[in-house]
Design a protein around this ligand. Structure first.
Ligand code: NAP
Ligand code: ZN
Length: 349
């Protein structure tokens, strides 16, 4: 075991603060990563404030990790010290269930999340990327394309794969009309990836001041969602809508914009229940579905796709000392478009 610097939350109401945590010694299958950047996902905030229930404190959040390999275990052949790598939302799974065999580790009943899951090595819970170092099984380590900026890559490990996976699964290609609801961390990645897949992209936002950015990020059209006339112009026209909203909202308003057999996929994880009118689905044989991050092979595929298309997140890089301020801004949808922690700032703690 060795000590690592981190920021943790001691309770649902405590601010995040400097802490020391333990990391395991390397097994033969492990790599040790010096963490350089970690994106701030709204899931970190939901977890820290226990908005979904089930939080165990202290929590060290962070599942958009990018860093360099510091050391490798004796059976590690795919990575060597100095390699730029990423770790996303998962650090382990059983590897034997049908979901793991299908490359869908995120749905493994024994999947271990990067933070706030039982830690089979040290007891207690796993600790995430708001830290200067982490030890991870090589099977859950991703390769970063060499042409991409590391701070901008970090958010791909969650926001990137969470939007890439459903767009892929539901067959988005050139000529499809795709809506993206909510222009935050996930939403802005959804826009970039849907655009790169050749879709016609329409952003729905509650923030009129994000209109120009939405177009710059790759949207063909922007709708301010409280403008009923603008909404109505798109009625019955979408092949697919990706809903990234982090709070309760009117899903029916978007279902009604789908065409025959259209699909609305929820990735936003509102802590409160969403309601759906039966007729929003019955009319037009519409589909409502959900999606959770993506498997490991698909995450590598997404990173390679982003490398090829030169896609990274638009990040506001912050020192970790500004984390509580960043959380307060996230609640107000005031993010352009992902906060990313520069872990070099932990050295002064
Ligand atoms: P974020 O950066 O805070 O973006 C969420 C966006 O939703 C906001 O920027 C805002 O966009 C819109 N929004 C927020 N509150 C709203 C409200 N009350 N009504 C309507 N729109 C609202 O969050 P994120 O990191 O992208 O995460 C989004 C959600 O996805 C979170 O719930 C997170 O936990 C979840 N998530 C799920 C997965 C998965 O695997 N399914 C993975 C990661 C995250 P506008 O200003 O444009 O309206
Ligand atoms: Zn996330």
């Amino acid at each position: 075991m060795y000590k690592s610097k981190a920021y943790s939350a001691a309770s649902a109401t405590a601010p995040l603060a400097a802490d020391m945590i333990e990391r395991r010694d390397l097994t033969d299958q492990d790599v040790q990563i010096e963490i350089l950047f970690c994106g701030i996902c709204h899931s970190d905030l939901h977890s820290v404030r226990d908005e979904w229930g089930g939080a165990v404190y202290p929590i060290v959040p962070g599942h958009e990790i990018v860093g360099r390999i510091a050391q490798v275990g004796s059976d590690v052949t795919q990575f060597k010290p100095g390699d730029a790598v990423g770790v996303g939302c998962m650090v382990d799974s059983d590897g034997t269930c049908p979901q793991c065999k299908a490359g869908l580790e995120q749905f493994c009943p024994n999947m271990i999340q990067t933070y706030n899951s039982p830690d089979k090595y040290l007891g207690g819970m796993t600790y995430g990327g708001y830290s200067d170092s982490i030890v991870v099984d090589q099977r859950f380590v991703l390769r970063v394309p060499p042409n991409l900026d590391l701070a901008g890559v970090a958010p791909l490990l969650c926001a990137g794969i969470t939007t890439y996976s459903p767009l892929h699964h539901w067959g988005i290609t050139k000529g499809k009309k795709v809506g993206v609801v909510g222009l935050g961390g996930l939403g802005h990645m959804g826009v970039k990836i849907a655009r790169a897949l050749g879709a016609h992209v329409v952003v729905f936002t509650t923030s009129p001041n994000k209109k120009e950015d939405a177009l710059r990020l790759g949207a063909d059209e922007v709708v301010v969602s409280h403008n009923m006339d603008e909404m109505q112009q798109h009625a019955g026209s979408f092949d697919f809508i990706l809903d990234t909203v982090s709070a309760e909202h009117d899903v029916d308003a978007y279902l009604n914009l789908l065409r025959l057999d259209g699909n609305l996929t929820l990735v936003g994880a509102s802590p409160t229940k969403l309601s759906v009118a039966a007729f929003s689905l019955i009319m037009g044989r519409r589909n409502l579905s959900g999606s959770l991050i993506g498997g490991i092979a698909e995450t590598q595929e997404m990173l390679d796709f982003c490398g090829k298309h030169n896609i990274t997140a638009d990040v506001e890089v912050i020192p970790i000392q500004k984390i509580n301020e960043a959380y307060d801004r996230l609640v107000k949808s005031d993010v352009k478009y992902r906060f990313c922690i520069d872990l070099a700032s932990l050295k002064s703690e």
